[in-house]
Design a protein around this ligand. Structure first.
Ligand code: ACO
Length: 368
């Protein structure tokens, strides 16, 4: 056995959920090229696509909407956890992880429904509690994404915002064997439950090398402030060995196809030529030029997080909500992988190469 750091080039699963072609910059979700489906489908259709393998009929979709609505109310236990977390001002993603862990598990695939339906009310309720406001009950007349915005802000969000957020959630629904998905599959491989798997996946997602990047993207753009400062700011970061958030990817060696979809969705929320979007275009161009200069041949390009930051900011979401929103989108993919993994029913148990000593002898505490 040879050691592959980060399991690079190790194939750990077979999946029909998504195909990532890092050289061509292509992403296929259950047979559909991302750019063909992300801006058209509802999120409920995408959930059905990854869970069932094909787009649902109108009758199936109608029934599914009812099933999701029935799982939206938060239990007293989950709400209590969120209230306690809010008094301690815990980060949103940590509170979400705690509340998700408290969702009831029946240890069957209906856990998947409770997770997908439960994440938006958890995020929205916690956000409101942090602002000193009471949670808003879901509106049974609204779909999944409209309800999320409604529960966050207590007002009807309007079609444009719902469409843009839907496009975002569709875009991040699944992405091959990324770190959080792998985490979920490892947990399910022990025959543990889906609630545990998604709790672990959220823990993996929040790291700044994975789903924690978009907040720092906005901080970077705000710190740059003006196109004239971009090059000197980015050079300084690279000279001091820092990574530029929103650039580089473990698989893509060309521009992340999700960046184009999200860039299109974000544009309409920025109308002024001196706005954040215009600054972002300039920063992106400059960053790619400098990354080639400082890391020649590494082919570091824009990743999904750069335009995620722009789109979510354009939608009026606070950066503390960015990683939780990623979880709201990815949870359908995580649970679909859990379903696949349960069918495989094989525990993950990779090897390790021991690099320690072999012949140490016991020394009693006193003389140590
Ligand atoms: N800025 C500066 N240098 C970078 C960047 C970056 N954004 N990304 C990679 N590099 C450098 C590395 O330091 C390394 O340099 P070295 O060989 O001189 O040490 C080289 O490029 C290759 O880097 P790796 O870490 O091997 O690249 P890998 O493909 O494993 O990492 C990762 C991918 C973690 C995403 C990385 O590009 C990164 O840290 N990006 C910034 C954080 C970010 O945007 N994360 C979101 C990713 S998308 C997602 O997970 C949903």
């Amino acid at each position: 056995m040879s050691y592959s750091p980060g399991l690079k080039d190790v194939v750990a699963a077979e999946t029909r959920l998504s195909h990532v072609d890092g050289e061509a910059g292509k992403l296929v979700i259950a047979g559909h090229p991302l750019e063909e489906i992300a801006e058209r489908a509802t999120y409920e259709e995408m959930i059905q696509l990854v869970w069932q393998g094909s787009l649902p009929t109108a009758a199936v979709l109608d029934r599914f909407a009812g099933e999701l609505a029935a799982c939206r109310a938060l239990s007293g236990a989950s709400l209590g956890i969120l209230r306690n977390a809010a008094t301690e001002r815990r980060p949103v993603i940590d509170a979400v992880r705690m509340a998700v862990a408290s969702l009831p598990s029946t240890d069957d695939e209906s856990d998947a429904r409770r997770l997908v339906a439960g994440l938006p009310p958890v995020v929205a309720a916690y956000w409101r509690l942090l602002q000193g406001e009471e949670p808003v009950e879901p509106d049974p007349g609204l779909g999944h994404v409209a309800n999320l915005l409604y529960m966050l802000y207590g007002e009807n969000p309007g079609d444009d915002r719902v469409r843009a957020l839907t496009t975002y959630l569709n875009t991040v629904i699944d992405h091959g064997m990324n770190a959080s998905t792998f985490t979920a599959r490892v947990i399910v491989s022990t025959r543990s439950d889906f609630i545990s798997a998604v709790t672990g996946a959220i823990g993996a997602l929040k790291g700044p090398l994975h789903g924690g990047a978009p907040g720092p993207v906005i901080s970077m753009l705000e710190a740059i402030g003006d196109v004239g400062n971009a090059e000197s700011y980015l050079r300084e970061k690279l000279e001091s060995g820092e990574r530029l958030m929103g650039f580089g990817h473990a698989v893509y060696r060309v521009r992340d196809p999700r960046a184009d979809v999200l860039s299109r969705a974000a544009r309409s929320f920025f109308a002024d030529e001196h706005d954040l979007y215009t600054l972002a275009l300039h920063v992106e161009k400059t960053a790619i030029k400098l990354l080639e200069e400082y890391k020649p041949g590494r082919r570091l390009q824009t990743n999904v997080e750069f335009y995620t930051a722009l789109l979510l900011k354009g939608l009026g979401l606070h950066p503390d909500l960015f990683t939780p929103m990623f979880a709201v989108g990815r949870v359908a993919g995580w649970t679909a992988h859990c379903i696949e993994q349960r069918a495989v029913d094989r525990i993950y148990r990779p090897g390790s190469v021991y690099t320690g000593e072999m012949t140490r002898q016991w020394t009693p505490l006193g003389p140590r």
